[in-house]
Design a protein around this ligand. Structure first.
Ligand code: PDD
Length: 293
């Protein structure tokens, strides 16, 4: 049975309820994280918990759990995952209060929610054929570095992409490409990778940082630099990266073909390195469970 962590207790999913006056529901007054777990071992947990801490600080909400408490709770949820790839979803809201008020309450009792979901195997067509994306104006607020649950603009952009026959959208703000609707952006041009620098215009992605690390270790030239709309259109490769999507190669942008219309050589190389990093986590999980037997 799937369990949900709710305010300090594990409860069956259908019993996990929050009051209608929860500020997460009424105001979107909450932040979240999505942490992949391979073979029951969370991937880059420290980086995800660091980012959660930064999101909470940015919305002036004290972290309700210590690092050890987060790790232990996530460890328990991962224990339910078995060999499967799952993602751990965490959400912290400012909690429920008797009256609806825009004013942040002085005394807060946050709501803490966590549960795991299956990460579906990557569709083999993505590695063979890539995905399609469109560009759309970035109508989001100016604190996209906070992993806030207020995701209407992201969802509407995703819906428009699908309506236009694409898989996803890449946001453009002031002629600069920022990120995807739920992913970071990389381009390759003349053998060099580039991704926009972290700022309040985009989420500091954990997968993005891993790709940067892997590229540096492998000697692949990689820059953190602004990507203009023009750079995007003349890129030989475009990828979107996230914890659940991994590295997704974009082969069509609006009506244009990207590169030769198939996932490019730098994507192939970086995806292999990424898969190898994942494989090492799975091996660690296997070794750990054999030691426990
Ligand atoms: N989203 N940018 C945005 C707007 C995102 O929502 C995400 C991830 C990323 C990539 O971050 P990371 O590599 O740390 O997953 C970038 C998650 C997966 C989600 O909302 O489900």
């Amino acid at each position: 049975m799937e369990r949900v962590f709710l305010n300090g207790r594990f409860v069956p999913r259908e019993m996990a309820c929050v009051p209608v006056t929860d500020r997460g529901l009424l105001f979107g007054d909450s932040v979240y994280e999505v942490i992949p777990a391979y073979g029951g071992v969370p991937f880059r947990l420290a980086q995800h918990l660091d980012r959660l801490g930064r999101s909470l600080a940015a919305i002036r909400l004290e972290n309700p759990l210590s690092r050890a408490e987060w790790e232990s709770m996530i460890g328990e949820l991962c224990g339910d995952c078995g060999d499967l790839d799952r993602s751990i979803y965490i959400q912290v809201t400012r909690g429920a209060y008797p009256t609806r008020s825009h004013r942040i309450p002085a005394e807060v009792t946050p709501t803490v929610i966590a549960f795991s979901s299956a990460i579906p195997e990557r569709d083999p067509r993505i590695a063979r054929q890539g995905i399609r994306a469109i560009t759309l104006p970035d109508i989001r607020w100016h604190r996209c570095d906070i992993k806030a649950t207020t995701l209407l603009a992201n969802m509407l952009a995703q819906a428009e992409a699908v309506e236009k026959g694409a898989d996803d959208a890449i946001f453009i703000r002031d002629h600069l490409a920022t990120e995807g609707t739920a992913s970071n952006l990389f381009i390759a041009h003349e053998g060099q990778l580039a991704t926009p620098p972290n700022s309040d215009q985009l989420l500091p992605g954990v997968t993005r940082d891993l790709v940067l690390e892997l590229a540096r270790d492998a000697g692949v030239p990689c820059r953190e630099a602004a990507i203009t709309e023009q750079d995007l259109h003349r890129a030989e490769e475009i990828w979107l990266t996230s914890s659940t999507r991994e590295l997704a190669p974009v082969v069509r942008l609006n009506d244009e073909i990207v590169g030769d219309g198939s996932p490019g050589p730098l994507w192939q190389r970086m995806d292999q390195l990424f898969q190898a990093a994942k494989h090492r986590i799975r091996q660690r999980a296997r070794a750990r469970s054999e030691n426990q037997r």
